[in-house]
Design a protein around this ligand. Structure first.
Ligand code: NAP
Length: 894
């Protein structure tokens, strides 16, 4: 066995009272048990340190009445060994805590794990020792351990949060925490019981406590969404799916978004009638499955506030129809967060419990707790004498289990608590720069709590153990994330968190439940499958972002950022790459048009606007088609003349339809999308002259089209951006029409192909360099290309209308767009730029596909409204970026 594990393997026992091992794992829950099994099989000398006296982790401690898993148990199981799967059969759809604990005990025994688990052993400190490149651990029973690698398998919800209420110590009755429920029976019969909190733990416990207690008073600060679990045997359809193709089912789970194999929905809420939506909802309500209701209703439910509100309203209806007392029902109904942004709960008779005569709800928003006294609880309004207080107040989630447990001191004596003082910084949620050979299982920055933990745990443990094996084979003894990789991961995390609605709620996901804790979405919101592919890519790119060192081998450090694309752009491009399409230009012009039309037909339909009218307008050589989008608001409205993208070769009424609808809704303006003629049938300068003629006609007939008396605006994407820019120059030079502003989205502005973006983004981002060459060849002969009517960057730029110029980082056209914006500014034209970090050429026009394009469109719309002299749209402020960051686009869901 080469390299650094040799000395530890040889150690066997102790060295001056310090046990020497290759790997120490903390925690004997789901993660710790599987790690120990894999480490052993890989030939590592590994131990697990566990504070409790038995295995189980979270499931050891959380033994309150009603504790069950709320991912279906057939999914919430180990999958690494088919024989284990057939050796164990769950008795219920959602197993109880005792059954899950029995399962973990069964696993520990089956693989003979207990002999390497040190129970009743709490680590008190972990310190990286630079010299030997090992971790030194001290424990509360005096034992010391030295290990090469240190793995925190401490769970995400294991450090209980203090109650933060004055007077707890004064209370003379019994106090229990759901998170530390005693092993002995707790007798509640005949007692006056209070439960503080209405999260998942409380919502499971309350119905059972109510059955026992003489009276139960629930103190609720924030209501939560809860759905009936409909527990019973595992549903026959899911079981059949699993048993029909166990390996296939498990593999699908590994690549799914949430770790349970459900298909991705493509139908968006506004494509469904009220009846359809209700039908889907009732089916989900009856299914009693969190992942189902969180993902299977409509595609926009988790990414769009409007799509989400439709679902939240239906759940609110259910609460009102279950709870008899309207005031109690109102208090139990959540309004402060989108459904799913805070962890929803699965319940059995939760809401109906409030119809019992022995149950009272106290709304702490109306009467906050003042103090706990010797005999009970006092609020602003009254006092409650009670015998028992149950704190279901939750956890210092994700970071607490790692930081609060013991001091971890890394390289240079830096403590993890200091490094994370402003929030957790990790690479992949697995490692931390400055803490060599330290790994976290389901740590902050990984999908963890937003996934089926069983699936995430196996992926993490496999990835870590596989890395340790590879290191051993190569002779490396230390692995550490680089600062650059970690910073890149933080950026990617932030980008991902803009995809979902989690950032819009105060929850333990964001640290908001612990006073003084740094805020930010801690779990990775990009999904289990994408996360897995990223971890794999880190390896296939030569351990990108890691520094590997060893005593007898040269250092290896392949530094860099693993994901630079916006997360949804990455998915779109991966999907396109998997399709292995021939180059678009190889189809010929008509073939390319047909292909694009077919491709576009598979997109989500655009959102409804007030009215869509198709018409014809007179062009220079005959009529040109147009499509007009009118807002639902009363007119007259400003008019935007819009030019479609498509390289002067394609682009029809359908192609830019979702974008025009979206911008019509956001700006509150009429969009008239113009069907200018295409190359190669109509070459330069037809497209430009058609565009200009159309703008002129629309300006002259604005009133008939429902426009206001102000000047028109122009907008265009790609080649359409080119036509919009040129139209502004022609309007200035040919006596009008007056134009109030121009929106140029990834415009073609120049015939030079030597700017860096043409090379940097030549292939791989859908719009390729060779496709651009083809477009140019079809539209314009080399002799004409310097004409400002096709290369507006070469035209006169003074006296043009204010411009909003959008460019995308991964686009061949990026640099000529920026050059145009800079040149306009130099010529005295008011210009704003938006540079789409991580975006590609089609990001902003792929409405409801590239969700991270939303905030960019929100900013474009704001600019257009400013140009037209309209007031700011305050209702949509949350979509945009803070005003102090104008030049780079952030993502946000609408
Ligand atoms: P939680 O979701 O954080 O809920 C804590 C509750 O206590 C919240 O209602 C909170 O109100 C309230 N609270 C906290 N401090 C308070 C105070 N000082 N005064 C009044 N109220 C206070 O914790 P949890 O219920 O233990 O659940 C945590 C997570 O564990 C769940 O979200 C879930 O992921 C997991 N879990 C899973 C299962 C399962 O699989 N079946 C079961 C239980 C838990 P605010 O909302 O206003 O902060």
């Amino acid at each position: 066995m080469p390299g650094g594990m040799v000395e530890a393997r040889a150690s066997e026992a102790t060295n001056g009272g310090t046990e020497q091992v290759d790997v120490t794992v903390v925690g004997a829950g789901f993660a710790g048990l599987y790690l120990l099994h894999r480490l052993r099989k890989a030939g590592f000398n590994a131990i697990v340190l566990e504070e409790a006296d038995d295995v189980g982790g979270t499931w050891y401690w959380n033994r309150y009445p009603g504790a069950r898993c709320d991912i279906q148990t057939i999914d919430y199981s180990y999958t690494f060994d088919p024989e284990l799967e057939s050796a164990w059969r769950w008795s219920e759809k959602y197993a109880t805590q005792p059954e899950i604990l029995r399962y973990l005990g069964f696993v520990a025994d089956r693989y003979d794990l207990r002999r390497d688990i040190r129970f009743d052993t709490k680590v008190t400190a972990a310190t990286w020792d630079e010299g030997p490149q090992r971790w030194l651990l001290t424990t509360d029973n005096g034992a010391k351990v030295s290990c090469r690698h240190y793995i925190m398998a401490t769970g995400c919800l294991s450090a209980p949060k203090p109650p933060e209420i004055d007077g707890v110590k004064d209370f003379k009755g019994e106090i229990y925490f759901t998170s530390r429920w005693p092993q002995k029976e707790v007798k509640l019969a005949g007692k006056r019981v209070v439960v503080i909190g209405t999260g998942s733990s409380a919502i499971q416990a309350i119905p059972l406590i109510a059955e026992q207690a003489a009276h139960l008073t629930v103190f609720q600060r924030t209501p939560n969404f809860a759905l009936p679990a409909h527990n019973g045997p595992a549903p026959a359809d899911r079981l059949a799916l699993l048993e029909g193709d166990r390996a296939g089912y498990r593999e699908q789970a590994r690549w799914s978004l949430g770790g349970v194999p459900w298909p991705q929905q493509t139908v968006v809420s506004w494509q469904l009638s009220d009846t359809d939506r209700r039908e889907r909802f009732e089916k989900a309500w009856a299914a009693g499955d969190l992942i189902y209701i969180l993902t299977q209703l409509w595609a926009d439910q988790a990414v769009d506030v409007d799509g989400n509100a439709l679902l939240a309203d239906l759940i609110r209806e259910k609460i009102r129809s279950t709870v008899n007392d309207p005031e109690t029902a109102a208090a139990l109904t959540p309004h402060d967060h989108p459904f799913g942004a805070k962890r929803p709960c699965l319940d059995t008779n939760y809401y109906a419990t409030y119809n019992r005569p022995n149950v009272t709800l106290v709304n702490l928003r109306q009467e906050p707790i003042k103090a706990i006294t010797s005999s009970g609880i006092t609020t602003d309004k009254r006092s409650f004498d009670v015998d028992v207080i149950v704190f279901a107040t939750g956890f210092d989630a994700m970071t607490g289990a790692i930081m609060a447990v013991h001091e971890i001191t890394g390289r240079g004596g830096r403590s993890l608590s200091d490094v994370w003082a402003h929030g957790p910084q990790t690479y992949l949620g697995l490692t931390v720069a400055g803490f060599p050979n330290l790994f976290m299982i389901t740590g902050p920055g990984s999908p963890s709590v937003l996934s089926n933990m069983a699936v995430s745990i196996e992926q993490h443990a496999d990835w870590v153990v596989d890395r340790l094996i590879a290191m051993r084979e190569a002779g490396f003894t230390a692995i550490e994330a680089t600062e650059a990789a970690q910073a890149g991961w933080a950026r990617h995390m932030a980008d991902c968190s803009m995809l979902t609605l989690h950032r819009l709620a105060n929850t333990w996901y964001t640290g908001a439940n612990v006073p003084g804790k740094a805020r930010g979405v801690m779990p990775y919101t990009g999904g289990v499958g994408p996360y897995r592919s990223i971890c794999n890519e880190v390896v296939s790119q030569g351990m990108l972002g890691f520094r590997l060192t060893g005593p007898n081998v040269p250092e290896q450090c392949n530094d860099g950022e693993i994901v630079r694309l916006q997360p949804d752009v990455r998915l779109v491009l991966n999907m396109l790459a998997e399709m292995k399409l021939p180059p678009l230009e190889s189809f010929g012009s008509q073939g390319a048009r047909d292909f694009v039309a077919q491709f576009n037909a598979a997109r989500p339909a655009g959102r409804p606007v007030g009215e869509v009218v198709d018409g014809m307008l007179p062009g220079t050589d005959g009529p040109l088609p147009y499509r007009l989008y009118r807002p639902a608001t009363p007119g007259p409205h400003p008019i935007v003349v819009y030019f479609r993208g498509g390289g002067w070769v394609f682009g029809d009424a359908q192609s830019d339809d979702p974008f025009c609808r979206d911008m019509c809704r956001r700006t509150g303006m009429i969009f008239v999308s113009v069907g200018y003629r295409h190359a190669p049938e109509h070459r330069f300068p037809t497209a430009t002259e058609d565009g200009y003629a159309a703008a002129r006609w629309i300006a002259e007939h604005g009133a008939e089209l429902g426009g206001d008396s102000g000047p028109i605006l122009v907008a265009g994407w790609s080649a359409g951006g080119n036509i919009a820019a040129v139209t502004c120059q022609l309007a200035r030079d040919r006596g009008g029409p007056p134009i109030a502003g121009q929106l140029l989205l990834s415009p073609v502005t120049d015939c030079t192909f030597d700017r860096p973006s043409y090379n940097d983004n030549a292939t791989g981002y859908f719009l390729t360099r060779s496709l651009m060459y083809w477009f140019w060849d079809l539209y314009c002969s080399p002799a004409d290309r310097t004409d400002p009517r096709v290369s507006p960057l070469r035209g006169k730029l003074t006296g043009l209308p204010p411009a909003y110029v959008v460019t995308c980082e991964f686009d061949p056209l990026r640099d000529e767009g920026i050059a145009y914006a800079d040149a306009l500014a130099a010529a005295g034209v008011p210009v704003e730029q938006l540079q789409g970090r991580g975006h590609f050429h089609s990001s902003f026009t792929m409405v409801d596909v590239v969700i991270t394009g939303v905030s960019g469109r929100a900013q474009m719309a704001e600019a257009m409204r400013r140009f037209a002299g309209l007031p700011e749209e305050t209702g949509r402020r949350h979509e945009g970026v803070p005003p102090d960051r104008p030049r780079e686009v952030d993502a946000a869901a609408s």
